[in-house]
Ligand binder design. Structure first.
Ligand code: DO4
Ligand code: MG
Length: 278
C-alpha cells in the first residue's frame, strides 16, 4: 500500500487504484503506529475511489514534524568516493574505518522546513563548488523503533566542503532545501526485499548527463542495525525518517547545476523528481 499526502488530502494507492481517505488525527499520529499496514488496509475499505487517479503536481512531502537523520558510508562506492575526496585533508582513513566499524556513521540531516517534496526545487550551497545528489532508501521508523514505511530520499551534499575537512560535515549536509523526500510512504506487509533496485538519472537542458543504479544488496548494514544505533540514547516523538546512505556517486567531474532535473527511482516506492533551484 502506498500512502500519499496531497494538497487534496490523504490518498492511498493499491495496485494503481487510488482512494482518498479521511484521517481524524495529525499526520504524525496517523503514521506513528506499529500496525500502520493493517490500519491502512482498514482505511482502504472506507476510502472513496478517485476516478481521475493521482495528481502528481499536488503531492506534499510525506513528513509531519519528524526529524530526518541519515547514515553514511554504508556502501563500498561511498567509502571509496569519500576517501578520495578527503585525502588531501587527511580524512580518507576515517571513512575506511567507519565502513568497517561496529558503530555506523549517523548524522542529523534536516528538519521538515528544510525538506522539499515531489516536483519541488532543492538547493545547493552558494559557497560550494562541488555538489551532488545522493539517492537513498529512506526508512520511516515509529517512535517505538519499528520500521513501518519507506520513501525515496535525496541527501543533497556539498563534496567540496565535506572534502576540505570531515569536521565540516554538518555544513556540507544541512542547509535550507538540503533534502528531498517522496513521492509517497510505501507501507508493505513485509520488509522491503534486499533485491530492491535504486536508480538515479540527472538531466540538464533535456539531455541525460548522469545515470546509474544499485540495489539494497550492496548495502553493508541492515536497516534494523542502523535503526538500533539511531535509537540508542535518543527518542523520536512521532517517529523519525532515516536515510540509509548512497550507493551511487557521480564521478569527480560532475557537479549539479541550476535547473538540473534529478529523478530517483526506488522499486516498489516510485520516482521522486526534483529540480536544482537558483
Ligand atoms: O560521511 C559522509 C557522508 C556519507 C553519506 O552521506 C553517504 O554515504 O550517503
Ligand atoms: Mg548520504
Amino acid at each position: 500500500m502506498k500512502l500519499y499526502r496531497s494538497i487534496d488530502g490523504v490518498i492511498l494507492e493499491n495496485e494503481k487504484v487510488f482512494k482518498s481517505i479521511q484521517i481524524d488525527t495529525s499526520w504524525n499520529d496517523f503514521i506513528d503506529r506499529e500496525d500502520l499496514h493493517s490500519a491502512l488496509m482498514s482505511a482502504w475499505k472506507e476510502g472513496q475511489v478517485l476516478h481521475d487517479g493521482l495528481d502528481e503536481n499536488r503531492l506534499l512531502t510525506p513528513i509531519g514534524s519528524q526529524e530526518i537523520w541519515a547514515a553514511g558510508v554504508t556502501y563500498h562506492s561511498s567509502r571509496l568516493a569519500r576517501m578520495e575526496e578527503s585525502k588531501d585533508a587527511g580524512g580518507g582513513d576515517f571513512y575506511s574505518r567507519v565502513y568497517g566499524a561496529d558503530r555506523p556513521e549517523i548524522f542529523f540531516k534536516a528538519t521538515p522546513a528544510r525538506t522539499v517534496g515531489p516536483g519541488k526545487e532543492f538547493r545547493i550551497r552558494k559557497d560550494s563548488t562541488w555538489d551532488v545528489p545522493e539517492p537513498e532508501l529512506t526508512l520511516f521508523v515509529t517512535s517505538s523503533g519499528k520500521i513501518v514505511g519507506y520513501t525515496a530520499g535525496n541527501d543533497v551534499s556539498s563534496r567540496s566542503i565535506e572534502g576540505e575537512n570531515p569536521l565540516y560535515l554538518p555544513q556540507a549536509k544541512t542547509f535550507d532545501g538540503c533534502a528531498c523526500l517522496g513521492p509517497c510512504l510505501y507501507v508493505p506487509e513485509e520488509p522491503l526485499s534486499s533485491k530492491t533496485k535504486i536508480e538515479m538519472t540527472i538531466e540538464r537542458s533535456g539531455s541525460e548527463v548522469f545515470s546509474d543504479q544499485t540495489s539494497l544488496e550492496q548495502m553493508k548494514r541492515s536497516p534494523e542495525e542502523l535503526v538500533s544505533f539511531l535509537f540508542r540514547e535518543t527518542s523520536f516523538p512521532g517517529g523519525v525518517f532515516l536515510m540509509t546512505g548512497t550507493g551511487i556517486v557521480p564521478g569527480t567531474d560532475f557537479t549539479l547545476m541550476a535547473e538540473d532535473k534529478v529523478s530517483i527511482e526506488i522499486e516498489s516506492i516510485g520516482t521522486l523528481i526534483n529540480f536544482v533551484g537558483h
